[in-house]
Design a protein around this ligand. Structure first.
Ligand code: GAP
Length: 491
């Protein structure tokens, strides 16, 4: 993780929020490359799950909602973690995590010497186990108390109870409260889904592991509404659709680069299930701190629509023309964190290898996710014709793909820099491209394209560049196929 945190800062993917004031441990800012990577993840997710399916539509609901939404959803009463506080240093811990923290001990058997002891282990001098605050080693801990994870705020200028509302802790509720609006305005038939990407906020007690758990994050959520009375493949339709969404989500992460050995499914046991869920399956990713949740796919039944109907007094039903009955649909909810997905893609893509005796760092990001698609580089920045040709090419290519020009180092360094941020292709303009007027030599009008993963180089006429990159970046033609159509350039 440290390597990714350091690369992220050094190359402008992710910075600590408010760093000049000492930073916050729980919020992060996306830099010039990070924002491109994040936007690319959201763009392909929306394209694949909304635009390319005929059973999905999108929505963008507001972050601040009526306070009753959170009463109805159960968040006011149930969205809590049990907490314990140190009476001495006031440090607050999640009750279920205190035993997992290395603890501070002033050992009576060694004249009160201070030791830091591994989580769960006793002191090897006096045999004592932790009973006091693991942090200061002096204070008693309070009994567990429930702490709501929602950020409370006030709507309007008066800070009174009537104006209380919350920053949404999930985007899902914006979809449920709009169920009837979407149904009436789109005339959809079941099954259909509504997707939303947006910010969510949770006052997490123990944020950490970089962008894995933060207090402000983004979600990509789908609520897929199903007729629970229908049968599909010999089973209740909601169960079949649940399995289909699990498979689709797993395939999506594999398509954009997560290796199969780093992803696995986790079926929630009865004790783990949320109050609204009939069945939940998580996709776990092998993060550096261990297998942890990347996303969840839950069968939320008709819980949310019924709750909102009860609290708002509005009917949130669907009329089944075939059976001539009003019913409350069941909901399958694939819910992914954008930031967690981004972290997993970065971790999976990061590789260090040795090339001609030197370390090469390469981010093997899927080309659709890579922040910069093409870098245009001059072999010699002192030759104005070379530089002018580079700028001309960059202008041409950037109309379709994010293209960057860089002349701040020698070509070998420039390639390494692009490898490190995952740029799939570099285009190099050299003397052969533009010729040498003083020697009466005309250029051949060809440039070198270098591919990131194989480091192979081919010589391509400038006139072909849009066609070649269109095939590579838009049509998904493999590099090996393009590389056989053009002569190799020397590496
Ligand atoms: N609507 C269902 C829901 O919100 P969740 O499991 O609490 O379910 C869904 O959250 C996803 O949102 C998680 O799998 C994770 O990817 C992301 N997520 C949740 N809390 C997060 C946090 N504090 N920081 C970053 N991502 C978070």
């Amino acid at each position: 993780m440290d390597v990714i945190v350091s690369l992220s800062k050094r190359r402008g993917f992710i910075f600590q929020s408010s760093e000049i004031y000492g930073g916050t441990g729980s919020c992060w800012d996306y830099g010039p490359l990070g924002v491109e990577l994040k936007n690319n993840i959201k763009r392909v997710w929306w394209r694949d799950f909304v635009h390319q399916r005929d059973d999905m539509v999108g929505l963008d609901a507001s972050i601040l909602m009526h306070a009753m939404v959170w009463k109805a959803s159960g968040h006011v009463d149930h969205f809590t973690d049990p907490m314990v506080d140190c009476r001495e240093c006031k440090h607050r811990f999640r009750a279920d995590q205190v035993e997992e923290i290395d603890w501070t001990h002033y050992c009576p058997a060694t004249k009160g010497n201070k030791f830091t002891i591994k989580a769960g282990e006793p002191c090897k001098h006096c045999g004592a186990r932790r009973t006091l605050c693991p942090d200061c080693g002096k204070g008693e801990l309070t009994a567990p108390r429930h702490f709501n994870l929602m950020f409370k705020t006030f709507m309007g200028p008066v800070e009174e109870d009537a104006a209380v509302t919350y920053l949404r802790p999930e985007t899902a509720q914006g979809i449920f409260v709009n169920f009837d609006n979407v149904l009436q305005s789109t005339r959809r038939k079941l099954p259909f889904g509504v997707a939303q990407i947006g910010k969510a906020f949770r006052n997490e007690i123990t944020p950490g592991n970089f962008i894995f758990r933060t207090r402000e994050f983004e979600q990509m959520e789908i609520e897929f509404f199903v007729n629970p009375h229908e049968r599909l493949d010999g089973r209740p339709a909601d169960e079949t659709w649940h399995d289909r969404w699990i498979a689709d989500c797993q395939a999506w992460f594999a398509r954009y680069g997560l290796s199969a050995e780093n992803v696995k499914l986790h079926e929630h046991s009865r004790d783990e299930l949320a109050h609204y869920s009939k069945r939940t399956v998580d996709l776990l990713y092998k993060f550096p701190m261990g297998w942890s949740e990347l996303m969840g796919i839950a069968n939320r039944t008709d819980f949310d629509l019924k709750q909102h109907s009860k609290f708002s007094g509005k009917s949130l039903t669907y009329f089944d023309e075939e059976r001539k009955e009003h019913l409350v649909p069941f909901v399958i909810e694939p819910s992914a964190g954008v930031d967690r997905a981004l972290l997993a893609f970065l971790l999976d893509a990061y590789q260090e290898e040795e090339v001609r005796g030197e370390k090469r760092v390469v981010l093997r990001l899927h080309p659709e996710l890579a922040p910069i698609k093409i870098a245009v580089l001059p072999l010699l920045k002192k030759r104005p014709e070379i530089v002018a040709t580079c700028h001309d090419l960059r202008r041409r290519l950037t109309r379709r793909w994010l293209t960057l020009y860089d002349d701040t180092a020698a070509i070998g360094r420039l390639y390494r820099r692009q490898d490190e941020v995952g740029t799939p292709y570099c285009v190099t303009v050299d003397v052969k491209t533009v010729g040498d007027a003083e020697k009466g030599e005309t250029g051949d009008g060809k440039v070198t394209i270098r591919e990131r993963d194989t480091m192979q180089q081919i010589r391509v006429p400038m006139a072909d560049l849009e066609m070649v990159f269109g095939r590579l970046l838009d049509a998904g033609t493999p590099w090996s196929e393009i590389a056989t159509s053009y002569p190799r350039a020397e590496g």
